[in-house]
Design a binder for this molecule. Sequence first.
Ligand SMILES: [Zn+2]
Length: 527
Amino acid sequence: MTSERLYLYDTTLRDGAQTRGVDFTVRDKNTVAGWLDDLGLDYIEGGWPGANPTDTAFFADPPPLKKTCFAAFGMTRRPSCRASEDAGLQTVLSTSAPVVCLVGKTWDFHVTEALGISREENLDVISSSIEEAAAQGKEVLFDAEHFFDGYKANPAYALACLHAALEAGARWLVLCDTNGGALPQEVASIVREVSDSVSAEKLGFHGHNDTGNAVANSLAAVGEGCRMVQGTLGGLGERCGNADLFTLIPTLMKKMGFDVGVSEEGLRGLTALSHAFNKLLDRNADACAPYVGASAFAHKGGLHASAVAKRPSLYEHMEPAWVGNAREVLMSNQAGQANMLMKLKALNIDVDPDDPQLTTLLEAVKQREHEGYAYDYAQGSFAVLALRKLGRLKAPFSLQEFTVNNQGVLAHDGRCHIVVQAQLRITIGGVETRVMADGNGPVNSLDSALRKALLEPFPELKTVKLTDFRVRILDADTATGATTRVLLESQDEATKTSWTSVGVSTNIVGASLEALIDAYLFKLALL
Ligand SMILES: [Zn+2]
């Protein structure tokens, strides 16, 4: 049985570019277009030619695409001139993109108030613009702006706008929830009513996430027959964003059985694609993102982990490997023996399940979590703790003593200028040495001193980089006497592995040093 075809239209490079804090370069746009083409998406909207220099340059030299249809976005003609004479519309039509998506008004309130023209005139604006685009050989999408609000206010007029576009040659009528206020049941009932007079094969849906329902609304529209869905990578987009393709693609394929043009292999690349996309945006990944987030298949509760160990489907809605994600069992104060055994196995630490030290380890984890350690994040520190409690940590170095010296002045502008120097007394291979290093702060100077001492005897540490440093005050009500937790993220370029370590102390330097030492011990003992 062949599954039914549903078309995906990506607008990451147009609507997604309207996300606060996102600023694509032409090079970024080329990279993303290449990824989407590899994934097998049907359409990529590259931007709005003529609207800004980046989009104009991107369309002037479009990316070479194997499968995906390249689309230009623009708007219907201005009411004051003919379609053939509208410079903005002609710029959009002049690119080599075979597809154009033209946004037009379908809410009578917008027609009379924003455009200031009659309803009939707006129908002519729509049909003449679509006709012009079709006459130039384009596949045309009519982007029915504010369709759901318009339909609620004046259903006959909203439908008349769709018919004007359809009769003028539009291939797709995209029903837009532009303000993002529609709810799934409204989307379903309106699409159902629209499909009484327009073939659902012609209908698309473009949803915004202002009520947290962009994906749910898209699925409601699909359920009523829409055969095109628009979305963006990671749900980027104006205000609260658009429907997230990382959620839509696996849902449409694996839960609803649609053929969306993405292969099973493409689907398996989804988690890696989301990592690459976050890296391009230089933003932290959302751990709780459905399907592709780091926590999407992570089990923290002891009860869950012991059941998952027997049969994963007891606490998982699908196989994580389908989207290239992986099951993870976390250690924490919520954990039981099952979490611990699975975690140790994943770390390649062989243990006898009856080893009495396992109970000691579990108790230590729970006690330390009570003090503020967070082993569900800091799996690197859990590994070091496990080796220590199981008596298997052959500590390659030990730090005897350290001092950090801050010397500074308070300048006239109220800013502090400080010179920091750290000194360590450290034993490596039975030999005690002293090292000294400067840094731009206490933690940086300690790390510099540690690296100075360790890189020569342990050259494998040269490829380890600290990639993130997070500090949290745990009991803020005790003010300056509060406990501080430091989480350090490290990455090893040689093995392409990353791990997190944790330190807790009333002194931020002490907490940081604990986390630093665990970070280096993890690499030396386990990689
Ligand atoms: Zn939008």
